[in-house]
Design a protein around this ligand. Structure first.
Ligand code: NAP
Length: 545
């Protein structure tokens, strides 16, 4: 790396789903851009999350990039919800097909970024001591890329293997004959638990709060079906763009116009349909009306009771602190049946908390569990965590982490006042956290590319969001959020994470816009159309040659 160039028009941080698309757009638009990626290859979340059971819960053919007909025609999704190894292969294929690797540098973890107003450039420092300089930085750092292992006493004493799911080793992990403990039953825990249970000698699941979960209903995609999907791609992407969640599913309305029997019949059907149909093709009222939500929650609870042999275990798996669909819904394959296996034990750590990790296992207030492997499926510092771990200093040395310490404010999730020329392709308060991710980031990256083209065409070299529109956007984010029953639940939708200081009970952080993908897209398109109101666009002070 010693003699490589370090000055660019644009630095993109991260070579995951959003960084790959962003660099492709920038290169196509003629920008001198580079990607700095901390890992040693492309893929981001699909590079890191190698745990067994990891797969899409968006329909595969709605997750792929939509920008190239040739790519759409070439790629065959083999499963409706494609697994991690295949997803990584897809991203590698895209990068190679569009020859993007030559714009990427690996092993480059950004540690610090300092805005220099006199130069109107960012100075970007890496952990290896290298420094890059660029007019613009696009952070494609991933909303769910900062893993958190709780600060359990004795964590380092454990003599077996222990890792967070995000850091599941690249080398195969020998599970056969092992006593494995999994802490956490979020979307990740639910996938890994069901996948490894048949393989391990003993599996102990340490559950604090149960999550609602419903069947993924995965299946293979035949050549014929893939040909049909290809012929309908335009319609599929148009349906995603027109929907609230960026999925192919559309909600129905009229909950109270149906009899309870009619509603149950609809849910019987939805429960067997693939993916998020049970959520996104359900009655819209379940997100707004407590009685409607209670009824659908009871329906799903009954389904869990039917699937789990031991009634006491079934009750422990049914959430009582939030209704169905009011936290991020994990989708599962044989998850509930896993608890019918003789080698699987559920430990309720809300009743008997984990006291400490020992050399040989996990000690709860009720007893000790001997383990060979501990899997931390304990989640992430979602949305702002991946920004906070970079020391980002804007105008007058303001730290982004400090600006966002109590209240996160952004300009439509795309910029933040005080941090000129820093663009966020999947930033907090965009729809990247509330909708089908690739659909959201294509929109975000297109918008960012459009803004940079506008700047180039009009001789602008400093772009900064003003504070007032950020406040207005926050008000809108809050309104969209408070309208929904999500407002009552604890989870990363509301910034709740008791593993992080100041983010426990009573936390409300507005990290995602729940007004819908369609509305969001229209809003940011309107901004571009209107010449970017709310942004200070400063002409270059250097005469153009
Ligand atoms: P998560 O939803 O935050 O779940 C973390 C789990 O760890 C929760 O069950 C939590 O319990 C538990 N936990 C945390 N600290 C604990 C402690 N000190 N003691 C005991 N239990 C503890 O994280 P995740 O499952 O990794 O999922 C994060 C997000 O990643 C998802 O919401 C989703 O957006 C994404 N994801 C997507 C896919 C996919 O697309 N297929 C798959 C996996 C994940 P509490 O609930 O009590 O806090």
């Amino acid at each position: 790396m010693g003699d490589e160039r370090r000055e660019f028009d644009v630095i993109v941080i991260g070579a995951g789903v959003s960084g790959i698309y962003q660099i492709n757009r920038l290169v196509d638009a003629g920008f001198d851009a580079v990607v700095l990626e901390a890992d040693d290859d492309v893929g981001g979340t699909w590079y890191r999350n190698r745990y067994p059971g990891c797969r899409f819960d968006s329909e595969s053919y709605t997750y792929g990039y939509s920008f190239s007909k040739e790519l759409l025609d070439e790629w065959h999704w083999k499963e409706r919800f494609s697994p991690q190894p295949e997803n990584l292969r897809y991203l590698e294929y895209v990068v190679d097909k569009f020859d993007l690797r030559r714009h990427m540098r690996f092993g480059c973890r950004v540690e610090r970024m300092q805005w220099h107003d006199d130069e109107r450039r960012w100075h970007v420092s890496l952990t290896n001591g290298d420094e890059y300089v660029a007019r613009f930085v696009v952070a494609s750092v991933g909303p769910i890329s900062r893993p958190i292992i709780p600060d359990f006493e004795g964590k380092d004493d454990f003599e077996g293997a222990a890792f967070h799911t995000y850091d599941w080793p690249k080398e195969p992990v020998e599970l056969a004959g092992k006593r494995v403990g999994v802490i956490g039953t979020g979307a990740t825990g639910i996938q890994v638990i069901a996948a490894i249970a048949p393989e391990v000698a003993e599996l102990t699941v340490f559950q604090r709060r149960p999550n609602w979960s419903s069947p993924l209903n995965n299946s293979e995609i035949s050549d014929e079906e893939m040909a049909d999907i290809r012929s309908r791609y335009d319609k599929i992407f148009a349906a995603c763009a027109a929907s609230n969640g960026g999925f192919v599913h559309t909600p129905i309305w009229g909950f109270w116009d149906k009899t309870p029997e009619e509603r149950r019949a609809i849910w019987d059907d939805l429960y067997t349909q693939p993916g998020f149909a049970i959520l996104a093709a359900n009655f819209g009222e379940i997100f707004l009306d407590e009685d409607a939500n209670r009824e659908v929650s009871e329906y799903i609870a009954d389904r869990i009771r039917q699937r789990v042999d031991d009634p006491a275990v079934a009750e422990k798996l049914i959430p009582t602190d939030h209704g169905f669909g009011l936290q991020r819904l994990p989708l599962e394959t044989n998850y509930f049946e896993t608890y019918n296996r003789d080698n699987v034990q559920l430990v309720d750590v809300s009743e008997h908390p984990i006291e400490r990790i020992t050399a040989t296992g996990i000690q709860t207030t009720a007893g000790h569990h001997e383990l060979d492997i501990i899997v931390y499926a304990t989640g992430f510092d979602v949305m702002t965590g991946s920004f906070d771990r970079i020391d980002i200093r804007g105008v007058d040395g303001l730290a982004l982490k400090d600006k966002w310490a109590d209240v996160t404010t952004t300009y439509y999730g795309l910029l933040s006042a005080g941090f000129p020329n820093l663009l966020m392709v999947a930033g907090p308060q965009s729809v990247s956290g509330s909708t089908n991710f690739p659909r959201a980031i294509e929109k975000g990256a297109d918008w960012i590319t459009g803004l940079l083209e506008h700047a180039r065409e009009t001789g602008i070299d400093r772009i900064e969001a003003r504070s007032e529109p950020e406040q207005e956007w926050l008000d809108e984010v809050v309104t969209a959020h408070e309208r929904l029953l999500f407002r009552r639940s604890k989870g990363w939708f509301t910034g709740y994470n008791p593993n992080l200081p100041g983010r426990g009970e009573g936390t409300v952080r507005y990290h995602a816009y729940f007004g819908g993908a369609h509305r969001y897209a229209k809003k940011i398109d309107d901004l571009a159309e209107a010449g970017y109101p709310g942004l200070d666009l400063s002409p270059s002070r250097v005469p153009q040659l």
